[in-house]
Design a binder for this molecule. Structure first.
Ligand code: G
Ligand code: MN
Length: 323
């Protein structure tokens, strides 16, 4: 703590106060360390743990940190391998307009065809870029084939992706490459993206919106101080978390929460999408509550791009229809 405090004091250079800070990783030597490099490696791991907790911290190494680092390494290698082997694919889950029963868009979801590791989260930025590119190219094909339909694409984006320098220009590039209208792209973020560097994140969201890209809050209601985010940040849509939808027929409280999110949406002119609709009674109730958009296994599983084309061709009102 003394070292951290000392290094936090400004250093005067040419009459300017230069502020620095440091993070410290501490390790005690034991039998697992057979060389100085072993010690430095573990101290390094602990230092990154300290950094994760914020600036000007120190952390003691413990074995679980090494395991996490090894896990991350194994995952990284598996990912690289997966990219080489073309193990990733994008599936699309249709989002329905509850009033017309028609598909209003789709959420792009990445799938990893790996026998052991299964699914992968969108926290990996190269993958995120690829999914958006793939999805926009697909949306362009759907639009060409069905010019009369109004369709949009939802893509999940993590905080890690948003904070990478140049994220907005990357999106702009993808839009230009694929010929997609920015208004037809909706980026799904969760409230957790605001936890670290909220101001920087807000700026990225602003520049995305300047492009015309829409922002949706995903898994809404499960996170932190939700209303503050809606108040302060530019949000175009809210996705009601599936946990509320699955409980709403059993618990009045859950239904009341769904109801208030819907009123909020109406008051603020924010689109509301109910996720995880699995039963006919849920759908019926959501229709009565005038929830404008729905998504879930009852209506359609995530499917491949060709299946979306088939669905658009028939545009059967299927489960959403009034009868
Ligand atoms: O966090 P996000 O809302 O992006 O998660 C979407 C995930 O939810 C996808 O992996 C999708 O397969 C899954 N999903 C979609 N519809 C349903 C549903 O009706 N029930 C459940 N349990 N999961 C769903
Ligand atoms: Mn999502």
């Amino acid at each position: 703590q003394c070292i951290v405090d000392q290094l936090s004091l400004p250093i005067v250079i040419d009459e300017h106060d230069i502020f620095t800070s440091c993070s410290i990783g501490i390790v005690t030597a034991d039998v697992t360390h057979t060389s100085p490099e072993d010690l430095l490696r573990d101290a390094d791991i602990a230092m990154y743990e300290a950094k994760k907790q914020g600036q000007r911290r120190w952390a003691f190494f413990d074995v679980s940190m090494r395991e996490a680092a090894i896990d991350a390494l194994v995952m990284q290698n598996a990912l690289k391998q997966a990219v080489v082997n073309n193990e990733f694919s994008v599936v699309y889950q249709p989002i329905y307009n509850i009033f017309t029963g028609e598909i209003s868009g789709a959420e792009a979801l990445v799938r990893w065809r790996h026998p052991v590791l299964g699914q992968v989260s969108p926290a990996i930025h190269e993958l995120g870029r690829w999914v958006m590119q793939e999805g926009c190219a697909e949306l362009q094909r759907w639009k060409a084939e069905f010019p009369a339909l109004i369709l949009h694409l939802n893509v999940n984006v993590s905080g890690v992706e948003l904070s990478r320098p140049g994220y907005a220009s990357q999106v702009k590039e993808i839009l230009a490459q694929t010929g997609i209208d920015a208004n037809d792209l909706q980026v799904e973020i969760t409230e957790s993206v605001f936890l670290h560097q909220p101001d920087a994140i807000a700026r990225v969201l602003e520049s995305l919106r300047e492009l015309g890209v829409r922002i949706a809050l995903d898994d809404f209601g499960t996170g932190y101080s939700a209303l503050g985010y809606i108040d302060r940040y530019p949000i175009d849509a809210i996705k009601i978390d599936q946990s509320f939808v699955s409980r709403m027929m059993t618990y009045h409280r859950s239904e009341a929460i769904v109801g208030s999110i819907l009123s909020l949406g109406r008051a603020l002119h924010i689109d509301i999408i109910a996720e995880g609709v699995e039963t006919q009674p849920q759908l019926q109730r959501l229709r009565e509550m005038e929830c404008p958009f729905v998504q879930g296994y009852l209506l359609s599983q995530p499917v491949n791009a060709e299946k979306i084309v088939t669905l658009l061709e028939s545009q059967t009102p299927n489960a959403v229809s009034e009868n």
